[in-house]
Design a protein around this ligand. Structure first.
Ligand code: ATP
Ligand code: LTN
Length: 341
């Protein structure tokens, strides 16, 4: 028994979050959520729905509420197990906003100005370049550092945000020793960046206005196969992974992530066959893999009270961990404790 306890104690902490901005895409699934589910045995996992981050882009309140609850059901349907992992909603644990403020004061304007996500999003939402969009990485750093996370599984697009988190942690540890664990990114080798099926030079994104380029995890088999059939490729008609063949490379990477086959095996499997056969095989493989998730999601959505209960329990436990770190930070930066002690 004591062996089991000490083995459990040694497990590293894994943390990640996702914004409730719509149904997750194949990109979110392969780049992030599928890995989260697989990490639950080896790590103490913490997952949150980042609703505070979502309002950096204008949200319709009723839609945000609906998307937040749906995201919880999606994560559960993808295999996140509340018996083994903490699952909660970011705004339910106020320590995230509280630590974010402190970290804002230890983050430089210059380093925030270099964030590519800020540049992309401020170009896309030019009429709402708000301060939250700019300081988004400080809130993300708070999410991670509050729980002293060792690893953060994310897609390749979040690498820069993890680097700034590490910089903030190191900077604060330099001033106040042993304050934070400096987290490592965990970025999958395959499908770390799934591209749009219509614009293979753009990442697949859940807020893409063109639904044809994007596979939503809850799409039906027919929708999935249709979207893969109309995926943009090239005129070479050869299934090989090579620079310049962005469309085919993307499909091969998706197929590889689901089938476990490497690129050489895939090239061999489709030697002498056209793109039509290949696209159909990828579409069918994806549809088969996503079907059980869709069915489980439908089942979970029939009982919203159960979803809310999971979030409440998750937030209560998360708060205990979070306030331990927040209190330590408040003390180190020099805030007089409440009650004077
Ligand atoms: P939005 O369109 O609202 O900005 P998004 O689709 O980019 O959303 P996020 O909520 O920002 O998704 O990201 C959730 C997780 O999915 C992150 O870990 C991110 O790195 C990963 N991710 C997002 N898009 C992709 C993609 N195309 N390929 C691989 N991983 C991705
Ligand atoms: N910024 C991330 C979502 C996110 C996150 C986090 C990821 C918010 N807080 C903490 C990892 C750890 C995104 O847009 N994908």
């Amino acid at each position: 028994m004591s062996e089991i306890v000490s083995a459990t104690k040694k497990k590293k902490i894994c943390l990640s979050c996702i914004q409730p901005t719509g149904v997750i895409t194949l990109g979110n699934y392969l780049g992030a959520v599928k890995n989260w589910a697989e990490m639950q045995d080896d790590y103490n996992c913490i997952f949150a729905v980042a609703d505070l981050h979502a309002i950096t882009v204008r949200q319709e309140p009723a839609a945000l509420r609906k998307n937040t609850r749906e995201m919880v059901a999606i994560l559960l349907a993808c295999g996140i197990d509340p018996e083994r992992s903490l699952l909660f909603i970011q705004s339910h644990v106020p320590a995230h906003s509280q630590l974010a403020w402190v970290l804002n004061c230890y983050t430089q304007f210059g380093e925030l100005s270099r964030m590519t996500q800020f540049k992309d999003k401020s170009a896309r939402y030019a009429d709402n370049i708000n301060a939250g969009l700019f300081t988004y990485p400080a809130l993300m750093a708070a999410d991670i550092l509050l729980y002293q996370a060792d690893v953060v599984p994310v897609g390749a697009d979040q690498k820069q945000h993890l680097e700034i988190t590490r910089d903030i942690a190191n900077r604060m540890n330099g001033l106040y020793p042993n304050l934070f664990t400096v987290p490592e990114p965990f970025i999958p080798k395959k499908a770390a960046r799934v591209m749009s099926l219509q614009n293979p030079d753009k990442k697949m994104s859940k807020s893409d206005p063109n639904p044809k380029g994007c596979i939503a995890i809850l799409d039906t088999e027919d929708q999935i196969i249709k979207k893969f059939k109309s995926a943009v490729t090239d005129s070479e008609a050869q299934v090989v992974y090579r620079e310049g063949k962005d469309g085919i490379n993307n499909l091969m990477s998706i197929y590889s992530a689901f089938s476990g086959k490497d690129y050489a095996e895939i090239e061999k499997e489709f030697e002498g066959k056209g793109y039509g056969d290949f696209k159909l095989a990828v579409g069918q493989t994806v549809a088969d893999a996503l079907k059980p998730i869709r069915e489980e999601y439908d089942r979970l959505m029939k009982d919203p009270a159960h979803l809310d209960e999971i979030c409440k329990n998750g937030a209560e436990t998360a708060s205990r961990f979070a306030y331990r770190t927040l209190n330590k930070v408040y003390k180190k930066v020099g805030f007089l404790p409440y009650g004077g002690k």
